[in-house]
Design a protein around this ligand. Structure first.
Ligand SMILES: [Zn+2]
Length: 380
């Protein structure tokens, strides 16, 4: 078994109605003046007003900020930091989808350590500790609340930068499945497939450990059983709970195991075509599973558990790829690059960019521009 070194840095508070504990949790952490980073959709759904009320009754002064988009970039994070700098905040709360949580973490880097986002690319570049944070996801997707990385796009190149530090992990992840009931169906599908991709990729990387395996496998079990249910019955709170816990566990697995070729190939597509992260993964992940089959079939078989075989299937990788395709179709997502406007002539440049992605280095089958090109072509 591989060695591992794991420190849980985040207290996880999970359950329907858990949001009502926000004020108490903030007070326990000593929050007095908090920046609340929450996107527009979350504000329209009433979650921001509710959070301000809960924090206000606990005596916490709240400064809401929402001037950022779906893929937060370095310019948005700089604007958030400039907004917060004169306010004297002693805490940050991220409320919303992965973009809210990543944006909150990014602002925290700049507010406490100065400089620009690119200075923190990699891990452990912050010389001063970040402000204490609470992360409250309203979609079941990135699992950002489980990670010590902020994923922020470079405003000029649109490529994603992973900026990590031990103190960028939130102190409390507040997981309330009732908050995810307001997510539109397409958001549920896109975010949910991202979580599925995290479970599948973390289960086979070169960095995985017995501990990350535990999180990957439980994440897959929860997500695979809840994904179709939550799309058919959006008000099914047990299915919502399964998705939220599954996405969190998959996020915890990333913290140990990193990701693989599907994420490496997805990032250039999102940068160039503004394609939703979950949509890019929906097209790529089944192909990556087949591409990895020679080196990862046994790992995929363990992920699927037993009995795993569908009649006529040749191996576990094929079974898993077909199961993933079922989920993509259930989510109403596109299955081919052509369907989202990607032409064959773009592949060489996309493949060159995919080969530069850090996450590709952890894929179980060695991954380079040739491999990326094969994967994109298979997905045309
Ligand atoms: Zn992802």
């Amino acid at each position: 078994m591989r060695p591992f070194d794991f420190t849980p840095r985040t207290r996880v508070v999970f359950g329907a109605g858990a949001i009502n504990r926000l004020g108490h949790l903030a007070r326990e952490l000593g929050f007095t003046r908090a920046l609340l980073v929450a996107d527009d959709g979350v504000m329209r759904a009433g979650h921001v007003a509710n959070a301000i009320r809960l924090l206000g009754t606990a005596g916490v002064v709240v400064y809401p900020w929402h001037a950022f988009g779906a893929n937060p970039d370095s310019a948005m994070v700089e604007a958030g930091s400039a907004f917060a700098a004169p306010l004297g905040v002693d805490a940050i709360i991220g409320l919303g989808g992965g973009s809210s949580l990543d944006c909150a973490k990014g602002i925290n880097f700049l507010l406490t350590n100065g400089g620009s986002m690119a200075d923190y690319r990699g891990y452990g570049k912050a010389s001063r500790p970040l402000l204490p944070m609470i992360g409250i996801p309203t979609t079941a997707g990135t699992g950002s609340e489980a990670q010590s990385y902020a994923v922020i796009s470079d405003a000029s190149t649109h490529m994603k930068m992973a900026c990590g530090d031990p103190s960028a992990a939130v102190r409390v992840a507040l997981l309330d499945p009732e908050l995810t009931l307001t997510a539109p169906l397409i958001v549920t599908a896109l975010a949910g497939f991202d979580a599925v991709a995290h479970a599948v990729e973390t289960a086979v990387t070169t960095k995985r450990t017995p501990l990350s395996d535990m999180y990957s496998h439980e994440a897959w079990r929860l997500l695979a059983s809840a994904f179709e249910r939550v799309l058919l019955h959006p008000a099914d709170l047990e299915a919502r709970a399964g998705m939220l816990a599954g996405a969190h566990f998959a996020g915890t697995a990333i913290e140990q195991s990193m990701l693989g070729a599907a994420h490496a190939c997805a990032n250039p597509l999102s940068a160039r075509y503004d394609l939703a992260h979950g949509q890019a993964l929906a097209i790529l992940l089944p192909r990556v599973v087949r591409w990895n089959s020679a080196v990862a079939t046994d790992r995929y078989a363990m992920l699927l558990g037993s009995p795993r075989r569908r009649a006529g299937d040749l191996d576990a990788a094929e079974t898993l790829a077909r199961r993933l395709e079922d989920l993509v179709i259930a989510g109403g997502l596109a299955t081919r690059l052509q369907d989202v406007g990607v032409e064959e002539s773009a592949i060489p440049e996309l493949a060159a960019q995919a080969a530069q992605q850090w996450t590709g280095t952890f894929n179980p089958r060695p991954f380079d521009a040739t491999g990326a090109s094969e994967l994109y072509r298979s997905a045309l």
